[in-house]
Design a binder for this molecule. Structure first.
Ligand SMILES: [Zn+2]
Length: 214
């Protein structure tokens, strides 16, 4: 087996083990990591040979239980997760890091508190600030040792978020190209997406027309 299956230790994260993960789009290899400081379990889904030095199609996805698992239409996370895995499968090569930083880093219960504030009129940024959090509390420093585990040095990053590109670049992870992710707008997430565009600088093109019939 390749070196990726050997348990290694970094100062931030331990690589633990891997297994096959069949999905509707491809059979990925699922790799498990444990973060030292928090004990949180993080994942990487890998397809093909990503350690050959060429830029790797990649998604750095932060956990969104409501969007990824519970089909929430409040955000676009589930559609982005599915779209990224489909795109990797189409190319036959890539990696998706699944980071356990729910609710842009504030946690699941606090995210639901923030949703409640949004129902009272706050937008997604104002709600986080009212709860005493940063607008975006995510941290990407784990990405470097996780990608190093597979010999990945340069990304073709699927994202609409320029802050994520900046954060990864500051960590010394080369982003050779930004690959836009299609945005799945609907009547429920339209204002959320507009706020991410206006206040967090997200690049929302190419944009699909709002879905009004589904
Ligand atoms: Zn979400």
């Amino acid at each position: 087996m390749p070196s990726a299956t050997q348990a290694t230790t970094d100062q931030l994260v331990d690589y633990v083990t891997s297994c096959a993960l069949p999905t509707p789009w491809a059979q990925f290899t699922l790799h498990a990591f444990i973060e030292h400081s928090t004990g949180k379990e993080h994942l990487a889904m890998v397809l093909g040979d990503i350690g050959d030095g060429e830029p790797v199609l990649a998604r750095v996805h932060s956990e969104c239980l409501t969007g990824d698992v519970l089909f929430s239409q409040r955000c676009d996370c589930g559609a982005q997760l599915e779209g990224a895995l489909q795109r990797i499968a189409e190319e036959g090569r890539g990696v998706l890091l699944y980071l356990r930083q729910e609710g842009r880093g504030i946690g699941l219960v606090n995210k639901i508190r923030a949703y409640r504030l949004q129902e009272a009129g706050a937008d997604t940024v104002e709600a986080n600030l009212q709860l005493g959090f940063h607008a975006d509390a995510r941290n990407y420093e784990l990405c470097k040792p996780m990608l190093a585990q597979f010999g990945v040095r340069s990304l073709r990053l699927m994202t609409n978020n320029p802050r994520k590109i900046d954060a990864l670049s500051r960590l010394g992870i080369a982003v050779a190209e930004r690959v836009p992710l299609l945005v799945n707008r609907n009547a429920f997430n339209n204002s959320y997406l507009n706020t991410k565009q206006a206040k967090l600088g997200h690049m929302m093109g190419p944009v699909e027309a709002p879905a009004d019939a589904s």
